[in-house]
Write a protein that binds this ligand. Structure first.
Ligand SMILES: C[S@@+](CC[C@H](N)C(=O)[O-])C[C@H]1O[C@@H](n2cnc3c(N)ncnc32)[C@H](O)[C@@H]1O
Length: 276
């Protein structure tokens, strides 16, 4: 049996999916990350869960790329703070005027920082200002993380992105994270969040995801296949929901000629929140 996939290694798989169609994802650097083992994991995952997963990940990246780019163009945000950034490459495809804070587990951050620095030196990547912070969202106390971020931001406007992460976390960690977001953001700042809805749990494709995760992912104690209802986002006291999309909508918008079987899509929901 092949070795189990560690949670942080899921970020390589996501990169492999985004590299599947660069024109659609707009991530022209995703191909730099996956090696042969990752490509095999990505094939196994798509083969056992849903063949539409590479397409779905390209759509998700395209949506956030366009949303963030539009906000930068109208000077609404100065920093992108990517929580559970994995190996996403927004810094290099978005305007060079945007500054970046990338947060993830220490092994992802150490590996990413080293690789990115080398690729910038070799001019494989353009230069960008990126601050890296190692953090574990399962930790009970976010005081140190809050201080690190607010020290960098110094009151600057921000877009917080959390994509492909909440499924791996529990409800308490999620609530504490959204409290953290509220405490570091100013009015008119943004959050982009991605999650599955509870309704998806009844579907065959979600059951396939659970089976795959059970058999192949090296889960930690806090892992609980989290899904989140729309009401969580629409009832946040300090944020207004300004946009809500899902994979099937985005497919119609960005790839109307691609044929998909909706019942085989792990339909993810994307929410844009604006601080009141
Ligand atoms: C599926 S990857 C998604 C990466 C990236 N957001 C993307 O869309 O390409 C999940 C990421 O969440 C991070 N992650 C999961 N649990 C975490 C935790 N408890 N603390 C910090 N990061 C975590 C993983 O290390 C990984 O980089």
């Amino acid at each position: 049996m092949s070795k189990k996939i560690a949670i942080h290694e899921t970020a390589f798989v996501t990169s492999a999916f985004r590299a599947a169609d660069k024109n659609l994802s707009k991530d022209m650097y995703a191909h730099l990350w996956p090696g042969d083992i990752t490509k095999k994991h990505a094939e196994d995952y798509a083969g056992n869960v849903s063949k539409h997963e590479p397409f779905a990940h390209c759509l998700r990246n395209r949506y956030f790329f366009e949303t963030i780019q539009d906000l930068v163009a109208i000077h609404e945000i100065e920093y992108l703070i990517n929580f559970g950034c994995g190996f996403s490459m927004y810094p290099f495809v978005l305007s060079k005027n945007l500054k970046h804070i990338e947060v993830d587990k220490s092994d992802v951050i150490a590996f990413k920082k080293d690789r990115i620095s080398n690729w910038m030196t070799q001019e494989i990547l353009p230069y960008r200002e990126i601050q890296y912070i190692a953090a574990d969202f399962n930790n009970e106390n976010f005081d140190e993380l809050r201080t690190k971020i607010t020290t960098i931001l110094k009151g600057s406007s921000s877009f917080i992105l959390i994509e492909g992460v909440l499924f791996f976390l529990g409800k308490d960690d999620t609530l504490r994270l959204f409290n953290l977001f509220n405490s570091i953001q100013q009015p008119n700042d943004y959050i982009g969040s991605v999650s599955y809805r509870p309704q998806l749990e009844q579907t065959m494709v979600f059951q396939k995801l659970i089976s795959f995760v059970e058999g192949n992912l090296d889960k930690n104690a806090q892992f609980n296949y989290q899904t989140i209802p729309d009401e969580y986002y629409s009832s946040l006291e300090n944020y207004s929901l300004t946009d809500h999309q899902h994979t099937l909508n985005l497919a119609r918008k960005y790839a109307p000629d691609t044929t998909i079987e909706p019942s085989e899509v792990l339909n993810e929901h994307m929410y844009i929140l604006k601080k009141k």
